[in-house]
Ligand binder design. Structure first.
Ligand code: KG4
Ligand code: ZN
Length: 406
């Protein structure tokens, strides 16, 4: 039986080293995130070897800072939770090895958490914190509404664009994969387009900041219906994505593809004479290691046609995410949608999803901005039902870079 209900979460799956203490999956006591953006920015993307090295440097001070911020010691904890996948193998191993050592030395159970489940629990943690802040009266009334319903979850980040039906089951949750990208993740498309246009890394926040200065209808990007079933049926799965999940069995209406729009942006840049100015920005980033520091600086570097292109790209990607997410919710009779992961920080995404949900009478929830991108509070929150169920990791726990969520 948990004594304090306090779990230390550790997250190191990509380019953020994070540690947090969360009480009973419902209250963030501390949360520390050390970003590696400065290390990877000059390469325009995450370099796995550098990520592992940076995690090694940061893991001890970050965990110490999370405990110090919480005014706690390891002796106060009930368990240690760590992301075991999916993610970069070397990066994951740093967190797992350190978490194992801490758990062993302090006689604490170790809980393995799927990073994607963590993103879903970021929303649930947020719900519970809001509920707690609203006071005891609201608690009872809201509990059923907030926690006990099945929800359609869109996890949309730099590595994933996945739709799950999340169902509560005896205090825990189970997940059914409903849809996913067959190639790039949405966040990856934001990052690649930003890189191509010579904006900073990661690209999502730059595109988000600049899009409102352009005309979202200037470039009519479109997404073709994916016909994965036809071409995968009876054939060995060739793509990496197809190996990870049996895409052929998913409804093609809930599959995403974001690699085409990146090429369409590139073609547009070439055809409309935007190449030279994009190259100038790219060379500032890659040769001089200088990227825009403020929105004003980025704005001054982008002529109106580039801003129109950025706005149209974002509008199209969000339109596609919305269309498939709401169609899946309707088809599965889910009256509640959770949108989470780094791209869920996007302003246009939040506004349009919120408006559409209201029009359809569906409830929608997002994490706070800080909980949208990678953090460890979501890992500690997701571990709480596992602690109650005594679902502990074996001593031989290792990293699983392509861990599926079930
Ligand atoms: O969840 P996350 O921190 O890491 C992964 O698990 O991938 O997501 C990072 C991704 C990056 O691709 C980044 O460009 C994107 O989230 N992102 C955004 C925004 N903030 C972060 N994309 C669009 N708009 C944003 N405001
Ligand atoms: Zn993530």
């Amino acid at each position: 039986m948990p004594r304090s209900g306090l779990i230390l979460g550790i997250e190191s799956s990509c380019d953020e080293t994070a540690a947090a203490v969360v009480e009973r999956g419902a209250r963030t006591v501390s949360s520390v995130v050390a970003s590696q953006i400065a290390t990877h920015a000059r390469y325009g993307g995450v370099v796995p070897e550098l990520a592992s090295r940076e995690h090694l440097r940061a893991i001890v001070p970050v965990v110490r800072a999370a405990l110090a911020e919480a005014h706690l010691t390891l002796a106060d904890l009930d368990a240690i939770a760590v992301t075991s996948g999916p993610g970069l193998a070397g990066a994951l191993l740093v967190g797992i090895t350190y978490a194992k050592a801490l758990a062993f030395a302090n006689h604490l159970p170790l809980i393995a958490v799927n990073h994607l489940e963590g993103h879903i629990h970021a929303v649930l943690l947020n719900d519970r914190e809001t509920e707690n802040a609203a006071g005891a009266d609201a608690k009872g009334a809201n509990r059923a509404a907030l926690h006990d319903d099945a929800a359609l979850a869109l996890v949309v980040s730099g590595g994933h664009t996945h739709l799950y039906l999340a169902r509560p089951a005896q205090g825990a949750w189970n997940y059914t994969l409903v849809g996913r990208t067959v190639d790039d993740a949405a966040g990856e498309a934001f990052d690649k387009v930003a890189k191509l246009l010579g904006l900073g890394y990661p690209g999502g926040p730059w595109i988000d900041a600049l899009a409102k200065f352009g005309n979202p209808n200037a470039v009519p990007f479109s997404f073709a219906q994916i016909k994965t079933k036809a071409h995968l049926e009876g054939k060995p799965a060739r793509t990496k994505a197809a190996k990870i999940a049996p895409i052929a069995r998913l409804d093609p209406h809930f599959l995403f593809s974001f690699s085409g729009i990146k090429t369409a942006v590139l073609r547009y840049v070439e055809l409309h004479g935007l190449r030279a100015e994009a190259r100038a920005r790219v060379s500032r980033v890659l040769t001089d290691f200088r990227q825009p520091q403020t929105r004003e600086e980025a704005l001054a570097l982008c002529p109106q046609p580039t801003l129109d292109l950025i706005a149209s790209f974002q509008h199209a990607v969000i339109g596609d995410l919305m269309k498939k997410t709401f169609a899946a919710a309707e088809s599965l009779s889910a009256r509640r949608i959770l949108v989470t992961g780094g791209v869920a920080a996007n302003r246009e995404l939040r506004e349009r999803f919120t408006r559409e949900a209201a029009a359809r009478g569906v409830r929608i929830a997002f994490p706070t901005l800080a909980l949208s991108t990678d953090n460890a509070a979501m890992i500690a929150a997701a571990a709480w039902p596992r602690l109650l169920a005594e679902d502990f990791a074996p001593p031989e726990l290792s990293a699983d870079p392509s861990l599926a969520l079930r």
